[in-house]
Design a protein around this ligand. Structure first.
Ligand SMILES: [Fe+2]
Ligand SMILES: [Fe+2]
Length: 161
């Protein structure tokens, strides 16, 4: 169940325009991930000594990801998953738990990043390592999600149910 203005919306069947919004979000923050990876590389190669830009990118990434997860959760995506077979329901539970885990990890990374005082210090290395792990897990999550969405959209188009 999700609130859209004063209207309460229940989406048990996948709405195609909603699926497209989710897919667009994936593309948009995937490019932000690439930008952050590029920035990490520049700091590592000592092309820049400032990590201020990196911190700004990380803050923007955190707010994009948070808004994206809220869109999926409040927009009813998980209710749609639960309408399907038990395999999909189990996968939905795992994916919802991943949202919580990713946001928690991101908060920790931001905390470490805000204490980086020099690019060759341990905070930067910790931040880069944890970000690398988070990006890998997040890419995998979105890949699974894109595949599920494709499957549900195709099902709707084929069977109209
Ligand atoms: Fe998700
Ligand atoms: Fe997503």
């Amino acid at each position: 169940m999700a609130k859209s203005g004063d209207r309460v919306v229940t989406m048990k069947k996948l709405d195609i325009s909603f699926a497209m919004r989710v897919a667009c979000d994936h593309l948009s923050y995937r490019s932000l991930i690439e930008e952050i990876e590029g920035d990490l590389e520049r700091v590592r190669r000592a092309e820049t000594t400032s990590t201020e830009g990196l911190l700004r990118l990380l803050e923007s990434f955190y707010s994009q990801v948070r808004a994206h997860f809220a869109l999926e959760e409040k927009g009813g995506l998980f209710e749609v998953y639960r309408e399907h077979d038990s395999g999909l329901r189990q996968q939905a539970t795992v994916m919802l738990a991943q949202h919580r885990d990713f946001l928690e990890r991101m908060r920790r990374i931001l905390e470490v990043a805000s204490h980086i005082d020099r690019p060759d210090g341990p905070e930067f290395e910790q931040c880069a390592r944890e970000l690398g792990e988070l990006f890998r897990a997040l890419r995998e999550h979105e890949l699974v999600e894109d595949t599920l969405l494709d499957r549900l959209v195709e099902q709707d188009i084929r069977h109209g149910s």
